[in-house]
Ligand binder design. Structure first.
Ligand SMILES: O=C(O)C(=O)C[C@H](O)[C@H](O)COP(=O)(O)O
Length: 221
């Protein structure tokens, strides 16, 4: 038995992800970077963040951002196992998002209060997700799984499905994705270049984030 109806789940994910055209995907190595990085992104107009579980401090970073940057909508990324989903909930993240999906995660998400966004890369993946009552998916790795052409093609058999394409997208290609009716938001790390993060150059990250936040305005759907 699921706590979520398909409608409730899709509405909740849309409400979260549609707050910004771009979802920054973050790998935070140093806990002290979490709050200034989140502030730079939120102030630039990108309030929805994905903090990936790729680093040891990720969950502590989420907890800090939740408390200290109240305007941020923080999700936990790289959710690979049900334990990760539970940890995201405990850290008071707004959502959890994965690079793929497993039966164990589909089952755990049914009884979790935190909304979970599985990822797909094929029509079969989408059909499996639909069978579990999901209609919102990350599309990963977007660029190498067919990019905008694949998303346009998915729109035929799956008109009720919308996506957050992520993986290999940058400021140049993001507008092409955002122009598609079945794209809610675009995920990516391009606005947080490794060198700028290492140098704690929040101004440079803020500039790139501001450009990313303006992308939706340049797109006619
Ligand atoms: O770690 C995860 O859970 C992922 O799904 C992977 C990330 O979303 C992408 O690696 C971001 O892609 P880039 O913008 O190409 O850096």
């Amino acid at each position: 038995m699921s706590l979520w109806t398909p409608d409730a789940r899709a509405e909740r994910v849309d409400a979260l992800l549609s707050r910004a055209p771009v979802l920054p995907v973050l790998a935070i190595e140093h806990l002290e970077d979490a709050v200034p990085l989140a502030r730079a992104l939120v102030d630039a107009g990108l309030p929805v963040l994905e903090v990936t579980l790729r680093t040891a401090v990720a969950l502590d970073a989420v907890a800090r951002i939740v408390v200290e940057v109240p305007d941020a909508v923080v999700g936990v990324g790289t959710v690979l196992r049900p334990e990760d989903l539970a940890a995201a909930d405990t850290a008071r993240a707004a959502f959890a998002i994965s690079p793929g999906a497993t039966d164990a995660l589909y089952a755990a998400a049914d009884t979790a209060c935190i909304p979970w966004i599985p990822a797909v890369a094929s029509a079969s993946d989408i059909m499996r997700g639909l069978g579990h009552g999901h209609r919102r998916f990350k599309f990963f790795p977007a660029a190498s799984s067919g990019g905008t052409g694949a998303l346009r093609a998915f729109g035929g058999p799956f008109p009720q499905v919308r996506f957050c394409p992520t993986g290999g997208i940058d400021a140049g290609s993001a507008p092409d994705y955002l122009a598609l009716r079945n794209v809610v938001t675009v995920g990516g790390s391009w606005m947080v270049p490794a060198a700028a993060l290492q140098a704690r150059d929040w101004a440079a990250i803020g500039r790139l984030a501001r450009e990313a936040a303006m992308l939706a305005g340049s797109v006619a759907r």
